[in-house]
Write a protein that binds this ligand. Sequence first.
Ligand code: NAG
Ligand code: NAG
Length: 262
Amino acid sequence: MATSMPAIIKLCSLLLLLVLVWGVFEQPKTCEGGESFACNPKDAATKDLPFCRATLPVQDRVRDLLGRLTLQEKVKLLVNTALPVPRLGIKGYEWWSEALHGVSNVGPGTKFGGVFPGATSFPQVITTAASFNASLWEAIGRVVSDEARAMYNGGVAGLTYWSPNVNILRDPRWGRAQETPGEDPTVVGRYAASYVRGLQGDDSNRLKVAACCKHFTAYDLDNWNGVDRFHFNARVSTYTIANNITYAFMEYSYVHKASLTG
Ligand SMILES: *[C@@H]1O[C@H](CO)[C@@H](O)[C@H](O)[C@H]1NC(C)=O
Ligand SMILES: *[C@@H]1O[C@H](CO)[C@@H](O)[C@H](O)[C@H]1NC(C)=O
């Protein structure tokens, strides 16, 4: 565990940067004027900045953007409600959207209404997991990410989803059993890999949307008897961490380059 943590953190930062860049640079074709996104072609003050030029290599655009941000601005981008940077035409971004079994309005990054009155809600994960059908899990992920992309293009959802929930179900009193694929680390790992592939797509350079498996790790206690997950000191043996709890995270994270959240 001790040796694999920095790799996970590095991977995570790289992916978050990738998604930020993508979210900032991608001009949704269906959104009139693109006012809700960075690099608005109508904004004379920013449209010619190098990081907005789609013809330049992504690395150059990232370097340009990072070089322009002050330390204070970077710090304000490190929380889930990333604040706007008006002088560079960068809008605020809410990293927190949810899609455990369909795009959901539980996350503050997603709003239903108008032309997007709702999204497809598939059955709870514990039931689709019981089909033991990995291609079904992936197919559901593809539908969810199609809808997520459509909503993002309409400016009502993010590109970053705090899904799936691949905590191993250890005790039903936790209360979130229905969100998970169950108690078997192998099934949960397969589920994670399949659903994440469905969400992210298989283009090696671009993510369709970014999945983020939760909750890393030994974090599955919500609120019991005055003890909550943000303050609870879970004492878990190294053996259990390696063979049970983190197994599902490992299965997908190195293969599919998804991020992790606590
Ligand atoms: C598994 O799911 C796929 C859809 O992805 C479906 O076509 C197939 O029939 C399912 N397999 C079984 C054994 O139910
Ligand atoms: C993982 O935890 C579950 C629930 O506590 C237990 O039934 C299972 O035997 C554990 N598996 C391993 C490989 O330790």
